[in-house]
Design a protein around this ligand. Structure first.
Ligand SMILES: Nc1ncnc2c1ncn2[C@@H]1O[C@H](COP(=O)(O)OP(=O)(O)OP(=O)(O)O)[C@@H](O)[C@H]1O
Ligand SMILES: [Mg+2]
Length: 369
């Protein structure tokens, strides 16, 4: 990631449609050359925010700055941005080259220069030589590359991509993810990428803004969002998570002792959180941070007994559900080994132990879920 971390600055931007607050006081700074993703469920305001960056919508409040300049008064074609739309719109009646050249229509270049730029853009997306192909003779992935080339041909400093891979099947999408990342790195331009797929956001991004209800709840690297979510909503949206209601019974130095329903005492690292004894909180635990074994093992900070309720073998990993007395929901456990505790898998209904470290526990403020 290149130097300036506020090349694209979104400052308290709000957008309403009637009574709907589509984007609600969003503050985000994006660096030059950064691959930045807006991640969140359908309707959370991703497209609306992207359209304000592109200039297709105007904020009701707040301002967008690009390279230090406020851009609200600027129409899309005068901004150093370009957008690849959610439902990729390439023209079926134009061939590939004419589709890509459409991106240059405002620039009125001599034909030769235009042809050169078209070929250059097609090379970037690995479609060199495809110019004469009819658009309806392309695969979904190739069509998406044409849309990309059309956006790149204007040489934008910021490329805005609205779920560009959403229509592709899983395998093709994964291939295109790698290509997109390589393309972004070789061009060195800023990407703002919209997706509701958390794995896609994690794979591609330098940083992610996790959005819900028009707000940016957390802006951080994929690792940080996964390992240190700052709210229940973020923790719930990214990956799988077990949540336990708990009360702080004592704190000593870096450690807190919690009184958790079903578990009794649970030891957790405070990690900077200032918690008072008596406070109600939520303790969160990733399934892969729990160790499942047929007998109680020594050494772990936390241990609880339960009953194996379900086990699913997925090849590269296995998923287990463990019923713990006093808990409404079973505890989800993920492990790489199917054969826990050295055996060839445990029978459903078998008594088991769960153990975990104190620094695996994420302490979150209670909120209505
Ligand atoms: N032109 C519009 N007029 C009225 N309401 C709109 C308009 N555009 C968006 N909205 C509303 O604003 C909210 C945010 O919509 P937006 O399209 O930004 O969501 P999104 O995160 O892109 O969702 P998706 O993942 O489904 O594309 C939604 O409640 C939507 O219905
Ligand atoms: Mg959208």
């Amino acid at each position: 990631m290149a130097g300036d971390d506020s090349y694209l600055r979104i400052e308290r931007v709000t957008k309403r449609f009637g009574a709907v607050v589509a984007v609600d006081a969003v503050d985000i700074s994006i660096g030059a050359g950064e691959f930045f993703s807006l991640l969140g469920p359908s309707g959370c305001g991703k497209t609306t925010l992207l359209r304000m960056l592109a200039g297709f919508e105007t904020p009701d409040e707040g301002e967008v700055y690009i390279d230090g300049q406020p851009v609200s008064g600027q129409p899309p074609h005068l901004r150093p941005t370009n957008m690849v739309f959610q439902n990729y719109a390439i023209f079926p009646h134009l061939n590939v080259a004419r589709n890509v050249a459409y991106g240059l229509r405002k620039e009125k270049l001599p034909r030769q220069e235009e042809d050169r730029r078209v070929e250059e853009a097609l090379e970037m997306v690995k479609l060199g030589g495809y110019g004469d192909r009819r658009s309806n003779e392309l695969s979904g992935g190739q069509r998406q590359r044409v849309a990309l080339a059309r956006a790149l041909i204007r040489r934008p400093k910021v490329l805005l991509l609205d779920e560009p891979l959403g229509a592709l099947d899983k395998k093709l999408r994964e291939d295109m993810q790698i290509e997109l990342r390589q393309l972004q790195q070789s061009l060195g331009i800023t990407f703002v990428f919209v997706t509701h797929d958390q794995e896609e956001a994690m794979t591609l991004s330098d940083r992610i803004a996790v959005m819900a209800d028009g707000r940016a709840l957390q802006v951080a690297s994929p690792k940080e969002v996964y390992n240190r979510p700052t709210s229940i909503t973020v923790a719930d949206f990214i990956g799988q998570m077990n949540f336990f209601e708990a009360r702080v019974s004592e704190t000593a130095g870096e450690e807190a002792v919690l009184d958790a329903a079903g578990f009794g005492r649970m030891r957790a690292k405070l990690g900077g959180a200032a918690l008072q004894p008596g406070a109600s909180i939520v303790a969160a635990l990733r399934p892969e941070k729990l160790t499942l074994s047929p007998a109680r093992s020594d050494g772990a900070a936390n241990a609880v007994e339960g009953v194996l309720e379900a086990a699913a073998y997925l090849g590269d990993r296995s998923h287990f559900h463990v019923r713990v007395a006093g808990l409404e929901r079973p505890v989800a456990v993920a492990a790489q080994d199917w054969a826990v505790g050295g055996g060839d898998g445990l029978d459903e209904g078998a008594p088991v132990w769960l153990t975990w470290d104190n620094d695996s526990v994420i302490l979150l403020e209670s909120e209505r879920r």
